[in-house]
Design a protein around this ligand. Structure first.
Ligand code: RB5
Length: 149
């Protein structure tokens, strides 16, 4: 199950994300927003992030104008590793090496077809583990407020 959420500036890109989820037959839950009325992106980023953090969704995809604000908000939720991507290489590496569990996209930054490629790549790439697991563990330790070394 994929959590999706957006603000008013990200909403026009949501159908493209849903099209890829449908194409890959991956179920999703849409945490809103559902209109162009101005809303605060941290609220929607947090809704999707909490669903991922509590295990009710496996991963999340969030959208705002730039992808920046909603990725910052989602990433503040304990257990979330959210990546804001504008290219497929970063999307792929964020899964292979960083085990990103949320993806953020900017509807005012990436075009529809690039966004679909990014989403497809990110959804289909699995974490490599091994040495990268140690480093992701260090990120998670920082998330818990622990010191490294
Ligand atoms: C909304 O105008 C815009 O600030 C928001 O969608 C996002 O781009 C913030 O980072």
């Amino acid at each position: 199950m994929i959590a999706i959420a957006c603000d008013h500036a990200g909403i026009d890109l949501k159908p493209a994300v849903i099209a890829v989820l449908d194409e890959l037959e991956i179920p999703y839950y849409d945490f809103g927003t559902h209109s162009h009325e101005s809303v605060d992106y941290p609220i929607y980023g947090a809704r999707a992030a909490h669903a991922v953090a509590n295990g009710s969704c496996d991963r999340g995809i969030v959208l705002c104008g730039t992808g920046v604000g909603i990725s910052m908000a989602a990433g503040k939720v304990h257990g979330i590793r959210c990546v804001c991507c504008t290219d497929t290489y970063s999307a792929k590496m964020s899964r292979l090496h960083n085990n990103a569990n949320m993806l953020a996209l900017g509807a005012r930054v990436v075009g529809t077809e690039l966004a679909k490629d990014i989403v497809r790549t990110w959804l289909l790439t699995e974490f490599e583990g091994e040495r990268h697991a140690r480093r992701v563990g260090q990120i998670d330790a920082l998330d818990r407020g622990e010191e490294l070394e």
